[in-house]
Write a protein that binds this ligand. Structure first.
Ligand code: C2E
Ligand code: MG
Ligand code: MG
Length: 489
């Protein structure tokens, strides 16, 4: 193979085929050569290798390219060579993609990749290993502190909002760190362990970094076991509903309750919804789990009506995954028919991610549910990207202000302003507004003054097992704040 430059200045690769010819006595008399220009073939080959090892959107190495580089260079250092693998996952990227579209999402990722490229040294490797997941391999680090410093810088960079077109995006990132050789000595193990550490960072509240520890492997194992257990728990009826009352601030009366999933194991230990609901969503189990919860809630409310508690509304959470299920509307109609609950007493809580995804399809389903007479509320309002247009045009009945805006009232003036604004806006749009997570008399007072319609929170009652909730109702529909916490309303 011969590399050369042709007269036009282009690089070419030639292959020379040689054969000899002999004279009559059999002696070698000379040779003939044919040059074959394989430049184009070589270019194609390089292109194919490049495509297989790189990500098209950002031009960075992909998972395969990363593994190759780690094998070729990174893990070949001397005996003292240490390196760090940082696994980054964007915190809110999915919301951006779902609500603002893939175009905005793509531009965001390209910008993010470019910013990271500028932050790492030439000898380090930056790769895109998944939709919104990146890996940085830092060469020659002394110890975990070096890696932590880089992680801090990356976190800081992604804390600031990023402008894409007319949008101001707050995406943020979480980082997991694994070190070579301590946490693994082959690329796959290192990347997997950094990924596990990243999940841990997310569980701890996002926008932070976490170092891998062997205990995390146990956690990952536990999640796997949990998934199997959840299957069985659902089949065995170990998933039940607890009920938390909602109180009308005008009348002081209980208007209804929210059904919240609870999982109690045979040995009495509880699994938390914050853990098993996301797992159910990730595995698709949320579809049967959601139907099970709806059935429980409707049946229990029917029984309470029959026991003389007129006009009780029950709110049931609906995951965005249930919305994608083709038979959602039919399933809800079946459950109402089977339990005999009037549709007007059912409220379905959807999240902002539901109303911003798959818009046409979603609007159709929401309209069908609304036409049946079911109330529709937006849960955790204020944490997503729904637009005023959607709030105005969808058949919604109420907004539930997310607990995160309520918890620091009245100390945090920004949260107070946000809560007050949501109340005014909802009121103007003809929507009812419910504050979630009300824990203190001060919060209640603030919400009363701002004209919030309903509240739900530990101040009045925690979510209760069905029998305790029935007992609560039996004491009357008027719920008072315990005396030592500041008198009734
Ligand atoms: P969510 O629908 O926003 O429910 C409110 C959560 O806030 C509940 O947590 C409730 O126990 C908690 N909470 C209520 N008042 C207070 C308060 O004053 N202070 C504090 N600190 N917390 C309060 P929980 O039961 O752990 O549920 C967490 C989330 O899990 C729910 O948030 C909901 O998104 C999801 N979830 C629960 N059950 C179901 C279900 O059946 N289906 C679906 N799809 N999601 C569910
Ligand atoms: Mg809810
Ligand atoms: Mg909520």
């Amino acid at each position: 193979m011969i590399d050369m430059r042709d007269a036009a200045g282009e690089d070419r690769v030639l292959v020379l085929y040689k054969s000899y010819f002999r004279d009559r006595t059999g002696q070698r008399a000379g040779e003939v050569g044919t040059f074959l220009d394989v430049s184009e073939l070589k270019r194609k080959e390089a292109q194919i290798v490049h495509q297989a090892t790189h990500d098209e959107l950002t031009g960075l190495p992909n998972r395969m390219g990363l593994r190759q580089r780690m094998e070729d260079h990174a893990l070949r250092g001397g005996p003292d060579a240490r390196l760090a693998v940082l696994y980054l996952d964007m915190d809110n990227f999915k919301t951006v993609n779902d609500s603002l579209g893939h175009m905005v999402g793509d531009i965001y990722l390209q910008q993010a990749a470019e910013q990271m490229r500028q932050m790492v040294r030439p000898q380090d490797t930056l790769a895109r290993v998944g939709g919104d997941e990146f890996v940085v391999v830092l060469q020659d680090v002394q110890d975990e502190r070096d890696a932590a410093q880089v992680a801090e810088r990356l976190l800081a960079r992604f804390t600031d909002p990023v402008r894409v077109q007319e949008h101001e995006l707050f995406v943020g990132t979480s980082v997991g760190i694994a070190l070579f050789p301590d946490d693994g000595d082959d690329p796959d193990t290192l990347v997997r362990n950094a990924d596990i550490a990243m999940s841990r960072a997310k569980e701890h509240g996002k926008r932070r970094y976490h170092l891998f520890t062997p205990a995390m492997n146990e956690r990952a194992m536990r999640r796997l076991l949990l998934e199997g257990d959840l299957h069985r728990a659902l089949a065995a009826g170990d998933i039940t509903a607890h009920y938390q009352p909602r109180v009308d601030l005008n009348t002081g009366l209980i208007t209804g309750m929210e059904a919240l999933a609870r999982w109690t194991r045979a040995d009495g230990t509880q699994e938390h919804p914050a853990e098993f609901i996301p797992l159910a969503e990730a595995t698709g189990l949320i579809v049967p789990l959601g139907e099970h919860m709806l059935r429980l809630a409707c049946a229990r409310t029917r029984a309470l009506l029959d026991a003389g508690h007129a006009d009780l509304h029950v709110a049931v959470n609906l995951s965005v995954h249930q919305f994608r299920h083709p038979n959602l509307v039919g399933m809800v109609a079946d459950v109402l028919a089977a339990t005999g609950l009037p549709p007007s007493l059912l409220e379905l809580e959807i999240t902002e991610s539901t109303i911003v995804t798959d818009t046409d399809h979603t609007i159709r389903k929401l309209n069908q549910l609304a036409e049946m007479g079911i109330a529709l509320s937006v849960d955790d309002f204020g944490t997503g990207y729904s637009s005023l247009y959607q709030l105005k045009n969808l058949p919604l009945t109420s907004l539930k202000i997310d607990r995160s805006f309520i918890s620091d009232i009245p100390d945090d003036p920004n949260d107070a302003a946000i809560a007050a604004t949501i109340i005014t806006m909802a009121d103007r749009l003809g929507l009812r507004v419910v504050a979630e997570g009300v824990e203190t008399p001060e919060q209640l007072n603030f919400l009363l003054l701002e004209g919030c319609h309903e509240v739900q929170g530990f101040l009045f009652s925690r979510p209760l097992p069905p029998d305790d909730f029935t007992a609560l109702l039996a004491r009357g529909r008027r719920l008072t704040v315990p005396r030592d916490e500041g008198g009734g309303i």
